[in-house]
Design a protein around this ligand. Structure first.
Ligand SMILES: [Cu+2]
Length: 154
């Protein structure tokens, strides 16, 4: 009966694969948020690390103020990885949540820049004709504000 359990496990895995996104040529739509998560603490509870984070405006550290409160933040895309299949019709809505502006471009698919401001949406549509991993970057907030468009297929 052990073989029956193995067959059932494989069948379950195959059924799970069937739940993956549909065939090529599907319409795929994503909202990509420009956000700035923040962490804060007081030196009374946590020592200020004083460590230098990577250069660029993507990261910001505020040293303890008079009350001993300090803060760290980073600009990021949420989500930062987008998976589609070659042949899919892709719609990306970039939405400005934090930060006054973000100047963005996508390798291979949207090489001319576009700007997202707080409270606005820039919509990009394209057919994912080329497989590979393509970066999308914000010029104002390196190195943290970057993402990957991953186009699967041959
Ligand atoms: Cu940015």
């Amino acid at each position: 009966m052990r073989w029956l359990a193995a067959v059932a496990a494989v069948a379950g895995m195959l059924a799970g694969l069937g739940a993956l996104p549909q065939a090529q040529g599907a319409e795929r739509e994503f909202y990509v948020l420009a956000v700035e998560p923040k962490g804060s603490a007081s030196v009374k509870k946590e020592v200020f690390p004083g460590m230098r984070l990577p250069e660029g405006k993507g990261f910001e550290t505020k040293a303890p103020d008079k009350a001993g409160n300090w803060q760290v933040s980073a600009y990021v895309f949420l989500p930062a990885q987008i998976f589609v299949r070659r042949g899919d019709d892709v719609t990306l809505h970039f939405v400005g949540i934090n930060g006054d502006k973000h100047t963005i471009h996508i390798d291979a698919y949207k090489t001319d820049v576009f700007r997202v401001t707080r409270g606005s949406i820039q919509t990009i549509k394209f057919k994912a004709e080329k497989a590979g991993v393509f970066k999308f970057l914000c010029d104002e907030h390196p190195p943290s504000m970057r993402g990957e468009l991953i186009v699967q297929g041959n």
